[in-house]
Ligand binder design. Structure first.
Ligand code: SR1
Ligand code: MG
Length: 388
């Protein structure tokens, strides 16, 4: 029977499951700082061994009990971690146990790493994060696509990862509400004129509608579904992707776009002279993605994979989508629900400037997405920051 855990109950559960030795001296702290779930860290004080128990709540923590949310997302998350682990075990936490009725996943404690968003805010560069995320996305995308997997099995996997409630959050919060006068939006009064201009921008909304349609209908690959920098633990050498509760079959460029957007928001929040590592990560992620995906392509059993131009078309689609979805995410994190600390922790005047830059950048990413090569993103940032 489901019940939300407390720190004491989490310890009792760990004991019941035999996750530690008999003479363990266990302590527990709830450390969840995300929008949706409880996260318990349990430590054996005698040996320093530790685990994480993550539990879904039946509502969205960020809003409260008035926003019910399916517990099935815990099962989606543990299954996605296991699926990703079969392709890229080095980039996901180990799952030790999961229980659908309790909506829990017991997994490796990654406390020796830092959430990448916090590290970037502190000015860290995480030199290997783009190499790792590029490889993570390329391998999980290829091996779960019609080019890398038996096409009948792929349909079954897509069924297993049907995730309508969590997809709806993205459809609403990322791809719809920020573009309309909707009550989920959240922005400073000083930005009202800029936001109203965006709401009236039919050229932008027409392009955003195309992206939303792709998200709704294009079941290319198994996606993480929420790959922002708060879903990544990192150090100088290691990278681990966590929290795939939004996993579903969707457009190949979506995860790349979420990652790019959150790097761009951090870049915008920094002094201009400190932005280079973020632009480097965007370009490197893309380079590693296309290099890895293209190498794997040679293994494909799909007859059309040998036809000249087909790989090029898939990669062009991925880039166009990545840039467009990045634009949507930049806009939503600026004026929609669930902002990012990179920008929200800035003092008001600076924050308003950065948010105006973000709105302009988001718009241009969406409307120019079909023409932009990856290296043009940094120029676009320059242009949008230096308007007027
Ligand atoms: C109600 S959930 C708000 C946001 O948190 C998650 O991390 C997703 O990004 C979602 O849109
Ligand atoms: Mg999350």
């Amino acid at each position: 029977m489901y019940e939300p855990l407390t720190e004491q109950k989490a310890i009792a559960l760990a004991v019941r499951l035999g996750l530690f030795g008999k003479d363990a001296l266990l302590s527990c702290k709830e450390i969840g700082d995300g929008n949706l779930n409880l996260v318990f860290r349990i430590v054996n004080e005698r040996t320093n061994d530790s685990i994480i128990i993550k539990q879904a709540l039946p509502y969205a923590k960020v809003v409260g009990e008035s926003w019910p949310l399916t517990l099935k997302r815990a099962t989606i998350e543990s299954q996605a971690l296991r699926t990703f682990a079969s392709y890229v075990p080095q980039y996901v936490p180990k799952v030790y146990y999961s229980d659908e009725s309790l909506a829990i996943t017991v997994m490796e404690d990654l406390s020796h790493l830092q959430i990448a968003r916090r590290g970037f805010i502190e000015g860290k560069t995480f030199p290997n994060i783009s190499e790792h995320i590029g490889e993570f996305i390329a391998k999980t995308a290829f091996y779960t696509s019609d080019f890398g997997m038996n096409q009948q099995q792929k349909k079954k996997l897509a069924q297993q990862f049907t995730n309508p409630e969590l997809c709806k959050i993205t459809e609403d919060l990322v791809l719809t509400d920020p573009f309309f006068d909707h009550d989920t939006n959240n922005f400073e009064a000083e930005l009202r004129a800029d936001v109203e201009q965006l709401w009236q921008d039919d050229a932008l909304k027409r392009e955003t509608a195309k992206l939303k349609r792709r998200f709704l209908t294009k079941a290319d690959v198994l996606l993480h579904g929420d790959l922002h920098t708060g879903s990544i633990f990192a150090s100088d050498d290691e990278t681990k992707v966590i929290d795939p509760e939004f996993a579903f079959y969707g457009p190949i460029g979506f995860d790349l776009g979420q990652f790019f957007a959150n790097l761009l928001l951090n870049a915008l929040a920094r002094d201009e002279r400190d932005r280079k590592p973020l632009f480097h990560h965007i370009e490197k992620t893309w380079d590693v993605f296309i290099r890895t995906f293209s190498e794997l392509w040679r293994e494909s059993n799909e007859p059309y994979a040998t036809v000249s131009g087909v790989l090029h078309d898939v990669l062009r689609d991925a880039l166009t989508e990545a840039i467009g979805f990045a634009g949507c995410e930049v806009i939503r994190r600026t004026i929609g629900l669930a902002h990012v600390a990179d920008v929200d922790e800035l003092p008001l005047e600076r924050r308003l400037d950065v948010k105006r830059h973000a709105l302009r950048l988001g718009r241009e990413l969406i409307v120019q997405r079909e023409q932009l090569p990856i290296h043009a993103i940094k120029q676009l940032v320059q242009q949008t920051v230096h308007v007027n």
